[in-house]
Design a protein around this ligand. Sequence first.
Ligand SMILES: Nc1ncnc2c1ncn2[C@@H]1O[C@H](COP(=O)(O)OP(=O)(O)OP(=O)(O)O)[C@@H](O)[C@H]1O
Ligand SMILES: [Mg+2]
Length: 395
Amino acid sequence: MDRELNPFKPGSGLRPPALEGRDRQLEDFDLLVARSKRRNYDRGMILSGLRGVGKTTLLNRLADHADRQGWLTVTIEARPDDAGVTAVRAQLSQELTVGLRRFSRKHRIEKVVEPLIEMARRFSVDVALGPAKLTVKSTGEAAATGDIALDVEELVEEITAAIKPKGSAFGLFIDEMQDLDRGLLSALLATQHRAGQREWPFFIIGAGLPNLPAVLADTRSYAERQFAYSSIGPLDAAAAADALRVPIRDFGGDLSADALDILVAASGGYPYFLQVFGQAVWNVAADAPFDEEDAYLAVEVGVKRLDEGFFPSRWRRATERERRYMAAIAHTGEESPRSGQVARLMGASASAVSDVRDSALKKGLIWAPEHGRIAFTVPHMADFIRRQAGDDVRP
Ligand SMILES: Nc1ncnc2c1ncn2[C@@H]1O[C@H](COP(=O)(O)OP(=O)(O)OP(=O)(O)O)[C@@H](O)[C@H]1O
Ligand SMILES: [Mg+2]
């Protein structure tokens, strides 16, 4: 088929040609926004799931919706390394400045918002320098004490006071939230908590890996009750089929029921894989309707493409020991093996490999679905490892 017309978009956070299987989250969020207009404030939302399952896409979709409904929306993406601490704080300040400016023009309340923009900018100068810096300001200006907890709370209080009379709300959308530095995370959770008690229209909508709920609970004991948690999984068979069929038909193609079954099964319902296989079947098929043969070829082409990009980009982030550890997980043949079993495959005791387990956890390569068990954060990673030949894929 004509490649120029190919509707599929494997990528990060790219708007898919058909966003399927997320009705519940979209409806819940619609309700949150609708209720906020009536000053009925519900809890913020946390979306967690494996790599490539569609968290960023969904988060962006929710932010667009809130924006269209007149919210002040700010989106940031956390980063794991130390440099990320400063960068994310600076990003928060900058996005807030931009968001406030847009908001004030749209609602024609420049006068009220101008001092808030100034506050958001000062937040960048003082707080972006990191938690170690403690400035005592002689002028006593707001949002610049250098104490991040105080500054965040003050900023949110002032902003929500200005926008509440408009029936609007402030939505802070945080991607890769498990990587947010503890200082900022704890300040934001405390502020969300305070906002709930004082009826400030402030909502954190976070997305991250499956360990995110545990990270939040470890940071603040009340985090468990603070949000509506939603785990974002692979699409069920019907939604996965629609994610392929709808765009194919919309763009002038079609496919047989057997072809569709083959592609859906190979994807395991994972949105990223659906995009890859959808793109491949469109490209390999000479004409519509795409048949079984096209589908088998597409899976072959798609898997090759994943083996050259999606998987190696994660694999390369691991050190040699972490790779051996990951290889051992893959070779157990289990979805979430016990840590002890993985250690035994490496010929070591659990305590001897606990450091490499911890470092792989910290990098987000693996996660602990329950105490004493581990699993990959990347779907189908074990198959990829088993497909490779070579020393670094043997435990
Ligand atoms: N509900 C959906 N239906 C169909 N395709 C989707 C859906 N959600 C996401 N996609 C597609 O899947 C791919 C991955 O989505 P996205 O980047 O949002 O995943 P993610 O969970 O944020 O991944 P990561 O953890 O690696 O950041 C994108 O190409 C996107 O267009
Ligand atoms: Mg993402």
